[in-house]
Design a binder for this molecule. Structure first.
Ligand code: SF4
Ligand code: SF4
Ligand code: SF4
Length: 407
């Protein structure tokens, strides 16, 4: 029995008490819900109003038309996105009232064959996290697309490729990756030296055993975003998405399931603002010239002052707002997990431009010789990995390739 089943059992015991509380809160909740609905999906107001999005009653019972079917699936993901869905705390009980969870590999039952046996469109919403990097990922996301009315790309890996897409920088693709992981990393090198001295063993995609053939998914050379493989209806960025963003997504589904409220237009990115992260960051920006790049641990970070002004590389200028500036409020630079602003596709290039504009290159800057500029820029460790940490899958620079003669 999965932990959700346990959770829903406990729910029945507290139902009466909670129902009283819910009734008393009903008027207040309805007022807040009306206000939020009025502002929903309306340009700039979206973030501030929807950040307060509440899923309504804690235990609303099933929708009049019966529970909707909900699938939650992870492709090439770390599991953080699955855990983040539980960030709605006890509101997960509302989700339990609203939906039959037909698949959620980390938390509930529901196998591939169960999904394959469903009618096309029988799943109301599939929430899919992770990028697509092997044959199993591809099969499952295509199957879920076929069986679902609505597909949500949940989390930065699904939306932009996330950290898995950095594998696209390995020019020789999967062969080089497998070889490195299974023979070069210290633990695997030691294992191979001890047990397979003559011929290192690297996992195969199929292997004959007395009982038959065992297979593993085929790793792909190129990691793809979800919408590069299937049609996606909504995007929910974040690594993982923040609680407010998740509430906004679940509220849109709950409004649809309980009250028939129209869903946002297809293609909407849920939980973002129309401005950059800098616009919601409380730190004051003086656009100071950058003369050296420092790591956060090298700086006694001062409150209230922009991290870039303190020499710490922060991707706020090239990142879309929506997370509430979680990292910079805690004294850590933004790494760009909510993705680029609406006006640019290339978050990395946008950040290169932002950095370049702060170098001391103007005539009245005290330092402006080329040698010094090159020295400052060369202090950026792994610029490609830093500036495209989350969005390489969607960037115009999609992949490293090896030049071949005359090609
Ligand atoms: S977006 Fe982040 S939390 Fe979600 S699966 Fe990818 S790496 Fe994990
Ligand atoms: S700390 Fe980062 S997000 Fe905040 S204002 Fe400075 S650059 Fe922008
Ligand atoms: S501050 Fe940047 S890295 Fe941190 S959660 Fe927000 S978008 Fe992501």
């Amino acid at each position: 029995m999965g932990f959700l089943d346990e959770l829903f059992k406990k729910k029945e015991k507290v139902e009466d008490v909670a129902a009283n509380v819910a009734n008393k809160a009903e008027k207040a909740v309805k007022g807040a819900a009306d206000a939020a609905k009025a502002a929903a999906y309306d340009g700039e107001k979206v973030t501030h109003e929807l950040q307060k999005a509440d899923l309504g009653e804690l235990l609303p019972g099933a929708p009049k038309g019966g529970k909707i079917n909900l699938a939650i699936y992870w492709a090439a993901a770390c599991g953080g996105c699955d855990v983040s869905i539980l960030d709605v705390n006890e509101r997960i009980l509302t989700v339990g009232d609203m939906a039959n969870i037909v698949m959620w590999p980390v938390a509930a039952d529901g196998k591939e064959k169960d999904i394959a046996a469903m009618e096309d469109g029988e799943i109301t919403v599939s929430i899919i996290s992770g990028a697509v990097r092997n044959s199993e990922n591809e099969h499952m996301v295509k199957l879920l697309r076929q069986k679902s009315k609505i597909v949500v790309a949940y989390g930065t890996c699904a939306c932009f490729g996330g950290s898995p897409a950095l594998a696209n920088l390995v020019a020789d693709g999967k062969e080089e990756i497998l070889n490195y992981v299974y023979t070069k990393t210290p633990t695997s090198a030691d294992f191979q030296k001890t047990y397979h001295k003559d011929a290192p063993v690297i996992p195969k995609v199929s292997c004959k055993v007395p009982e038959g053939e065992l297979t593993l998914p085929v790793l792909y050379d190129t990691v793809k975003t979800l919408d590069q493989v299937v049609d996606v209806d909504y995007f929910v960025p974040g690594c993982p998405p923040q609680q407010e963003t998740i509430s906004q997504m679940l509220k849109a589904v709950a409004d649809f399931a309980y009250a028939g409220v129209a869903l946002p237009p297809k293609g909407t990115t849920i939980g973002i603002t129309t401005k950059t992260l800098c616009d919601e960051c409380p730190r004051k920006k003086a656009n100071a010239r950058i003369t050296e790049f420092l790591e956060p641990y090298q700086v006694n970070v001062q409150d209230g002052i922009c991290l870039m002004d303190q020499g710490i590389l922060c991707l706020g200028p090239s990142t879309i707002g929506g997370c509430g500036a979680r990292c910079t409020k805690a004294g850590q630079p933004c790494r760009g997990c909510y993705g680029p602003t609406a006006d640019v596709q290339e978050q990395g290039a946008s950040m290169f431009t932002a950095v370049a504009s702060l170098l001391p290159i103007l005539d009245d800057d005290p330092i402006c010789d080329e040698e010094k500029i090159v020295k400052i820029v060369s202090e950026i460790k792994d610029p490609l990995g830093y500036f495209y940490a989350f969005t390489l899958g969607k960037a115009l620079i999609k992949k490293a390739v090896k030049e071949t003669g005359g090609q």
